[in-house]
Ligand binder design. Structure first.
Ligand SMILES: NC(=O)C1=CN([C@@H]2O[C@H](COP(=O)(O)OP(=O)(O)OC[C@H]3O[C@@H](n4cnc5c(N)ncnc54)[C@H](O)[C@@H]3O)[C@@H](O)[C@H]2O)C=CC1
Ligand SMILES: O=C(O)[C@@H]1CCC=N1
Length: 300
């Protein structure tokens, strides 16, 4: 199931026995504009039982169907913007944090729509790829601050890696607040804005690269005669196990690859094919292409 297909729900931070732990983290009033794949992934972290948000999270989305689905979620009020031109303005009025999670091409129109409804002192948090702090600040009053972020979809299971960058008007407290917010869905790395697009090409897009590798190896398994179900079990299990071993062992990926690669054995032949085909360089080119696209998005 992709993040886009999930509905917002508490992350696996919830204890298995169903008992509610004491809220460990208090967050102020939040508006979330755009409940697509990323917006809902973040929402799932904010709805964890360990998080206490001041008042319901005000969510908006273009389609009425998605808004209606989310409106039934405890801790959320959701409105559709289709047919209700005031929905975003109502959502941001009085909110201390405003998360902007619409497509990059829609950001500027959205900012112009909400600018004079924002609470002075609000922190506007962007997750939009490419769109710069300067663009945000240009379209918003000087009484609000901007923080740019780049999360990734493992937020749905509380395992996001999120980059955050301060805007020119954001205080240390604003940045700390945004860090706490994203820590509800995983880990947070603070970088200067000049590095955020590069970070996006690695961790923002990274889950897609991993899934493409999984798809490719699965195809090879099916070509070798395994059923789809067997291929998925072999490949998904191998990726999950390898990633867990990487984290648990504290070893580098190179050390772990060498462990698998018996001298003159079978893996050595396979790895040689991948290296001769230029797999490492391909990732350099792929991330360069993503970076170029981020710059196009920044230009509008
Ligand atoms: N999908 C991903 O892995 C990541 C996405 N992002 C960023 O997150 C943002 C959203 O991306 P996705 O969730 O993938 O796109 P999406 O298309 O799944 O979601 C965008 C949502 O915004 C809603 N929307 C459109 N106009 C609106 C408006 N005026 N007011 C309120 N809601 C509105 C749409 O109905 C839609 O549900 C983008 O800016 C993207 O760059 C950032 C990191 C990772
Ligand atoms: O593909 C995109 O533009 C967004 C940003 C990083 C991941 N998804």
């Amino acid at each position: 199931m992709t993040a886009a297909e999930t509905t917002a729900q508490p992350t696996d931070a919830q204890p298995a026995d169903g008992t509610a732990p004491a809220p460990a983290l208090a967050l102020p009033t939040i508006a979330l504009l755009g409940a697509g794949a990323m917006g809902r992934a973040i929402l799932s972290g904010l709805l964890a039982p360990t998080v206490e948000v001041d008042g319901p999270i005000r969510v908006t989305n273009r389609s009425a169907a998605r808004a209606a689905e989310l409106d039934g979620t405890p801790g959320v009020t959701a409105s559709a913007t289709d047919g209700d031109p005031e929905a975003n303005r109502r959502a941001v009025a009085g909110a201390r944090v405003v998360l902007v999670a619409v497509k990059p091409s829609m950001v500027v129109d959205l900012l112009d729509e909400i600018a004079d409804a924002l609470e002075p002192g609000a922190v506007v948090v962007s997750v939009a790829a490419g769109v710069t702090v300067a663009t945000f600040e240009e379209h918003l009053p000087s009484s609000v601050s901007v923080v740019r972020s780049m999360p990734n979809t493992p937020a749905v299971v509380g395992r996001a890696v999120t980059g955050i960058s301060a805007g020119t008007r954001s205080s240390d407290d604003d940045l700390a607040l945004v860090r706490r917010l994203f820590e509800t869905v995983g880990t947070v790395v603070e970088v200067p804005e000049s590095q955020l697009d590069a970070l996006s090409t690695i961790s923002g897009s990274g889950p897609a690269y991993v899934y493409l590798l999984i798809e490719s190896l699965t195809e090879a398994a099916v070509q070798k005669g395994f059923t789809d179900a067997q291929a998925a079990e072999l490949v998904n299990g191998t990726f999950a196990g390898a990633a867990e071993l990487l984290v648990a062992s504290g070893k580098t990926p190179t050390e772990l690859r060498i462990q698998v690669t018996s001298p003159k054995g079978t893996t050595e032949r396979a790895v040689a094919v991948l290296q001769e085909a230029g797999l490492p360089e391909l990732f350099g080119r792929a991330t360069d292409a993503a970076l170029a696209r981020a710059r196009e998005l920044a230009a509008g």
